[in-house]
Ligand binder design. Structure first.
Ligand code: ADP
Length: 608
């Protein structure tokens, strides 16, 4: 437009400067000319233009002179009054045309011609403004529903929102109410701006959310500072990414834990067993005390290994309806005595008709025991009353169980770490930091979730969310016909670890069993072919022939012996082992086990 105006004016009169100011949705200032004007003349002209623009109601941000400055010492023409024509575009003034003539004062005819040029310019400007407005509306319609904030970064870090999401985000960043979004705002835009692909992630204190800011390439090569800035709220996806990373970490940790636990199981089984065995034989008080300490410490180590295996365990939990009310009643009654001693009040009023949850009773029990003993521990340092409240409700096929205590609560800095394995604030020997990690794992395997919240000094609240289950009447297993008793009978012990084999031999002989031992499945098979046995206590993982192969051989050769097996294993995690045990139905003692557990398993075998 400026070029056309200049060409038209050239035909009418000689001029020093032509200034075209266009106002509108995209305010623009175009200055042409200034060819022979020195700085003082320009400044005078600029003042006059600013005044004229203001009078016409146009935004004015100064002139951008089109041409280069004249060389110093160029003649400064006498100040001439500029000719100012308002450009009436559409309903209001769309701009100004200012001409600084260089020759003698223009005559009447010339002025009319300049006015005609201005009128043509106004028409073009009107068309241009309408096009610009249409473009702008189209852009807005396109951008408005986009969920990311689209903004335009102009020079000097000024950020102009181009859609609703951007207005809302900029308002939040400035700490203003979201519905009063700013027209534009100053943001600390880094210089030089990062490469378009890279972005900057930052968290906003006002709404506790995480945003990602990304820049476009320059929109106009002549103005590298003008770019689009895209703001997106990445709180959820970041949370998911963290969860995924955590899950991967847990998996790796799980594998490592399972390896370590497995290695510890065999020696620990011997320590637990021999200390118990010696204790049952010792009479001197001092020796008994020492042996008791060994036995207790070994039991403690055993519990830790059990917990490690629980953290690492990746098996799908059993799925059966579990009566939550009965489960909670049972656990609370276990704690009742302790709670009375420690003056802890318990509120538990299950709502009528609480549906069962679908899950593994044993595992859920473990979760609740972990949570309740944590609450008990916390309540010991409660300032005021000591109260544990257990609440349950159901909604949408889910059951929610909530445990709140009036203990000191969990500091915000700990809240997202308490479910990490080994995170504990308890003193050494008291906490292992595994209780909540196990609980989280179990809940996850149940298709449920566990959350903790805590207000400073207002206790902790743990919420469990579990899928509700259908009520099913469990099918009763037919009673097996009584068979030959095992107690006092002949037992074949199959175990490759010498120490543990010796322990089993001694412990069973002490209980009046007749014990024969074998160091692997092949040796056991020979013994089984040559003599009669009432029970076979066999390890699973052994050299030459393992427990599984031994069992298969027996199934083929002596099927009547197949239900006389008690297995032992240090590796319940192995999927193959688990499938085998489920299929054969034989009892299995996870190492390390107490001798009483072994006797119980044999007694149970005898009563089948
Ligand atoms: P541990 O009990 O062995 O420390 P957990 O995983 O069960 O391991 O718990 C981890 C940590 O979580 C505890 O050490 C304690 O700091 C915190 N915690 C758990 N439950 C509560 C509670 N009810 N009140 C306050 N802090 C708790």
């Amino acid at each position: 437009l400026a070029g056309e105006v200049e060409a038209a004016l050239d035909r009418v009169l000689s001029w020093e400067a032509v200034v075209l100011v266009a106002g509108g949705p995209i305010p623009a200032v175009m200055a042409r000319g200034g060819r022979n004007l020195g700085r003082p003349a320009r400044e005078g002209l600029e003042d006059k233009l600013a005044e004229a623009a203001r009078a016409a109601g146009l935004g004015w941000s100064g002139l951008a002179w089109g041409e280069s400055l004249p060389p110093p010492g160029s003649p400064v023409p006498a100040a001439v009054e500029p000719l100012v024509f308002p450009l009436m575009a559409g309903s209001g003034t769309g701009g100004l045309l200012t001409v600084l003539p260089s020759g003698p004062t223009p005559g009447e005819g010339q002025l009319r011609l300049v006015a005609a040029v201005a009128q043509q310019a106004a028409l073009s400007l009107d068309r241009w403004l309408q096009d610009a407005r249409r473009e702008e509306r189209r852009l807005a319609a396109l951008l408005e529903p986009v969920p990311v904030g689209v903004t335009l970064v102009e020079g000097d870090s000024r950020v102009r929102p181009l859609n609703q999401a951007a207005r809302r985000m900029l308002a939040t960043l400035r700490g203003e109410p979201a519905d009063r979004g700013p027209g534009g705002t100053q943001l600390p835009v880094p210089a030089p701006m990062p490469a378009p692909a890279a972005g900057i992630e930052f968290s906003c204190r006002a709404d506790q959310r995480t945003y990602l800011a990304r820049w476009s390439a320059p929109l106009d090569p002549a103005h590298p500072e003008i770019r689009a800035l895209i703001l997106s709220d990445v709180t959820e996806s970041r949370g998911r990414r963290e969860q995924e990373m955590k899950a991967e970490k847990m998996l790796a940790l799980g594998e490592m834990l399972s390896g370590v636990a497995h290695e510890l199981n065999n020696p620990l089984a011997s320590v637990v067993g021999f200390s118990q065995l010696l204790l049952s034989q010792a009479h001197e008080e001092k020796t008994r005390r020492r042996l008791t300490i060994i036995a207790e410490e070994a039991q403690r180590a055993r519990r830790i290994v059990h917990n490690l295996l629980d953290v690492a365990r990746a098996r799908a939990p059993a799925r059966a309806p579990v009566d939550l009310e009965e489960l909670v009643n049972g656990i609370l009654s276990l704690f009742a005595h302790q709670f009375r001693l420690e003056n802890i009040q318990v509120d538990w009023a299950p709502p009528p008709g609480l549906p069962p949850v679908l899950g593994d009773r044993h595992q859920l029990q473990q979760v609740l025991v972990n949570l309740i003993s944590n609450a008990q521990h916390a309540l010991r340092s409660a300032r005021g009353e000591r109260r544990l409240r257990v609440q349950a409700d159901t909604a949408g096929g889910r059951v929610r169980l909530q445990l709140s205590d009036t203990g000191p609560g969990i500091p915000p800095a700990h809240l997202d770490r308490i479910f990490d394995p080994f995170f504990t604030t308890k003193e050494q020997g008291v906490g292992t930091g595994l209780g909540l990690a196990i609980a989280a794992r179990i809940l996850q395997e149940h298709g449920g979730a566990i959350h903790a919240r805590s207000e400073p000094a207002a206790g902790a609240v743990f919420t469990l969310d579990l899928p509700a289950g259908e009520v099913e009447v469990p099918a009763r297993r037919p009673e097996a016909a009584p068979q030959r008793p095992v107690q006092g009978g002949r037992v074949l012990v199959v175990e490759d670890e010498d120490a543990f084999r010796l322990l089993l031999e001694e412990a069973l002989e002490q209980q009046n069993y007749h014990v024969t031992t074998a160091a692997d499945g092949a040796a056991a098979l020979e013994l089984l072919a040559a003599a009669e046995f009432d029970a076979v206590v066999s390890d699973l993982r052994m050299p030459v022939m393992d427990g599984l192969q031994l069992f298969q051989q027996i199934q083929d050769r002596r099927p009547e012996l197949a239900d006389r097996f008690v297995f032992m294993t240090g590796d319940l995690l192995d999927q193959g082992t688990r499938t085998f045990l489920e299929e054969c139905g034989a009892p299995c003692l996870p190492k390390p086990f107490g001798l009483e557990e072994l006797h119980r398993a044999l007694r149970r075998l005898a009563s089948r």
